[in-house]
Design a protein around this ligand. Structure first.
Ligand SMILES: *[C@@H]1O[C@H](CO)[C@@H](O)[C@H](O)[C@H]1NC(C)=O
Ligand SMILES: *[C@@H]1O[C@H](CO)[C@@H](O)[C@H](O)[C@H]1NC(C)=O
Ligand SMILES: *[C@@H]1O[C@H](CO)[C@@H](O)[C@H](O)[C@H]1NC(C)=O
Length: 294
């Protein structure tokens, strides 16, 4: 009887001791120092070490699109991938109005997810060039991949990361190839809805004369042209049918929503967002609580 009780007591405490031992041992493996504060930092850092690659998603938008940004912060704030460290940032050109300086400053103070480029807001006037070419200079660290995305696209980060996992980390150009019916990633370029470049290509854009000399025109088409002219991006990957335009919005670039989706583009209306969020069961994991009855 006593023995049984002892085992019952001992078991959980044994588990706790074992757990502490494992943690202690893994800390010792990572670093010889063992002050309490350092241990906490190291424990947090290991979660990053587990991710296999890093991805920056830059959503190109305009300073005045405050509400769209707040909505997209919800969309991406509830998503994460166990295999990739993904940062989402909003990217726009120089501010032009006094109220923008205040509102955008508030956003930066709260979210730190904004990049303001040295360019002037104007469709097809070099914003994408300013984005990629600035990154190596302005970012505190490099990423394995950098994405340019529109603010009317819904990205699903888990399947996006899974699709990148087996692909090359260099000389890589990924997206939805245009023209719409093309299944050849080399014919001709990746749609501006969302395309990804490996870091070496971002660095190349920052230093090469080819893009610097050729920044006016449809931005997504230009990126394909630069890479062709520079004989770059020997690794190309067009992810169809996982990326597409919202049903009925763009003829052959559109198709019905499918479970294995990575990107749905051209979401301009609230009912389209609602359809997409419902279809992918985005709010299914909402926890039960006495605070709300939904
Ligand atoms: C911004 O761009 C303009 C025009 O290209 C240039 O003259 C200026 O020096 C740039 N400013 C900064 C801070 O880089
Ligand atoms: C830049 O463009 C000009 C005019 O189109 C052209 O003459 C020049 O050769 C180009 N330079 C490079 C490095 O491509
Ligand atoms: C969403 O949930 C429904 C009901 O559980 C399920 O039938 C459907 O396959 C789910 N959709 C996706 C895209 O996972």
């Amino acid at each position: 009887m006593r023995k049984k009780k002892l085992i019952l007591v001992a078991f959980p405490s044994l588990a706790v001791v074992l757990f502490i031992f494992i943690i202690f041992f893994s800390i010792r493996l990572k670093s010889p120092s063992s002050t309490a504060t350092k241990s906490i930092i190291i424990l947090q850092d290991t979660s990053h070490l587990e991710s296999q690659f890093t991805l920056l998603i830059g959503i190109l938008t305009r300073p005045d699109n405050y509400e769209r940004r707040h909505f997209l912060r919800l969309i991406y704030g509830i998503q994460s991938s166990p295999i990739a460290k993904i940062d989402v940032k909003f990217v726009f050109c120089k501010l032009t109005k006094p109220e923008q300086r205040t509102y955008v400053a508030l956003e930066i103070m709260r979210f730190r997810d904004i990049i303001i480029l040295n360019c002037t807001e104007n469709m097809n006037s070099g914003k994408t060039y300013a984005y990629f070419s600035s990154l190596p200079r302005i970012l505190p660290q490099h990423y394995d991949y950098v994405m340019k995305a529109d603010d009317d696209v819904f990205l699903r980060l888990v399947p996006l990361a899974l699709s990148l996992q087996p692909l090359p980390r260099s000389d890589m150009y990924y997206g939805f190839v245009i023209p719409c019916p093309s299944m050849n990633p080399f014919v001709h370029y990746m749609s501006g809805m969302g395309f990804i470049l490996s870091w070496d290509l971002v660095q190349w854009i920052a230093v090469s004369d080819i893009p610097a000399n050729d920044t006016f025109g449809p931005e997504d088409k230009l990126v394909g042209k630069w890479l062709d002219m520079g004989k770059k991006a020997m690794n190309r990957f067009s992810n169809k049918p996982a990326m597409y335009d919202y049903p009925g919005t763009n003829s052959r670039c559109s198709h019905d929503l499918i479970p294995d989706t990575i990107a749905v583009h051209r979401l301009k209306k609230w009912e389209q967002w609602f359809h997409v969020l419902s279809f992918f069961n985005v709010t299914e994991e909402l926890e039960k609580s006495n605070l709300y009855s939904v």
